[in-house]
Design a protein around this ligand. Structure first.
Ligand code: GTP
Ligand code: MG
Length: 344
């Protein structure tokens, strides 16, 4: 079962960074999809969520990961827009995250929304790693599709290697200017003290095994206590988007970050005017590896546990609000939960 292990929930990984630095492409490579190509003007305009099961991660990480070292069920990736006008969505993604990937184009280095993303991560105290993306654009690069970055580096000319190094040290310097001590990830001993920089290419997939390995390691070593939740507790989540769905009317695409949501549950959802109290008619789960914002074939499920993306169908969701809380009432009173939602 890829939705949740016995007691540990899936860590939520937000992907943040400047416009066009390759966030959606990176997720496309991990999912084996082409969401980025379908976007208007190749610009992400919404937050997305994709559940990546452990077996996909370990398959992609190859020799770098031994799946028996991990008891986390996988990773839930949150894609965010880099365009400057979507700062609310970046902040929302950052607030949901247990850990984050800051994507930086290795040629462009830090840009305004890179700085903005760093500010969000600092404010929320979210641990992060830096994906130094687009290494394949280094002049004279000899691509090694899907390989770990060390293997790829070994196949490069001295000239290409030193050009890449120069760009990487530029980024490490910019991180230091922003107040973070950072180094190439294989030199980092303590990921709680130092930010690891992972050189990679979303286009060729080289270095992606390394990123997945670092993310799993970080989650397993440092987040395990936070991942140990009451998986049967009343579900809590955040609305990503309100969408009309044929046959269901208004639905809310939601990231569930705590507890469990069941079909038939009474829920309170933050609304444009006041909280909406309603009863769940259907829980629609995107397939594993599918991006909730583009998925067409949802599966109806009886319940869904944290962390996961789920489309909730229920009456009266027309006035639900993106970014608003979703709370299952379960054994509390409706009034109590309405007050809780109002207070958020
Ligand atoms: P926003 O969501 O709008 O902020 O952009 P994004 O960060 O999601 O960037 P996206 O993945 O849409 O990629 C932007 C462009 O960069 C696309 O044309 C990608 O094909 C290209 N690109 C992304 N990653 C790489 C890479 O590793 N190498 C090369 N050569 N191109 C890349
Ligand atoms: Mg994008």
């Amino acid at each position: 079962d890829h939705t949740h292990a016995d007691t540990l929930r899936t860590p939520i990984v937000a992907v943040l960074g400047h416009v066009d630095h390759g966030k959606t492409s990176l997720l496309d490579t991990i999912r084996g999809s082409a969401v980025s190509e379908g976007e208007a003007g190749a610009i992400t305009q919404h937050i997305g969520a994709t559940d990546i099961p452990l077996d996909t991660i370990s398959g992609m990480a190859g020799e770098l990961i031994d799946p028996s070292d991990f008891d986390l069920p996988g990773l839930l990736f949150i894609d965010t827009p880099g365009h400057h006008s979507f700062s609310t969505l970046r902040a929302r993604g950052g607030a949901l995250a247990d850990i984050a990937v800051l994507v930086v184009d290795v040629n462009d280095g830090f840009q305004p929304q890179t700085e903005e993303a760093i500010d969000i991560l600092r404010r929320t105290g979210t641990p992060f790693v830096v994906a130094a993306n687009k290494v394949d654009t280094t002049p004279g690069w000899n691509p090694q599709d899907g390989e770990p970055i060390q293997k790829s580096m070994d196949a490069q000319s001295e000239r290409a290697k030193s050009m890449l190094d120069e760009n990487l040290y530029e980024i490490i310097g910019q991180l230091s200017d922003a107040g973070f001590s950072a180094d190439l990830y294989w030199r980092v001993q303590d990921f709680q003290k130092n930010i690891g920089v992972v050189p990679l290419s979303a286009l060729t997939g080289e270095g992606v095994p390394d990123l997945l390995t670092v993310l799993m390691g970080l989650s397993q070593r440092f987040m395990k206590e936070e991942m140990a939740i009451d998986v049967t507790g009343p579900g809590e989540g955040t609305v990503l988007e309100v969408k009309d769905e044929r046959g269901f009317g208004a639905t809310v695409d939601t990231v569930v970050y705590d507890g469990v949501i069941r079909n038939g549950d009474t829920v309170v959802v933050g609304g444009q005017n006041e909280p909406i109290v309603t009863e769940i008619r259907a829980l629609l789960r995107p397939r594993p590896l599918a991006e909730i914002r583009t998925e067409k074939e949802f599966e109806k499920v009886g319940e869904i546990g944290a962390a996961a993306g789920v489309k909730i169908a229920a009456p009266d969701l027309d006035e639900a609000m993106a970014g608003a809380p979703v709370r299952v009432v379960r054994d509390r009173t409706v009034d109590q939960v309405v007050e809780e939602v109002k207070a958020e």
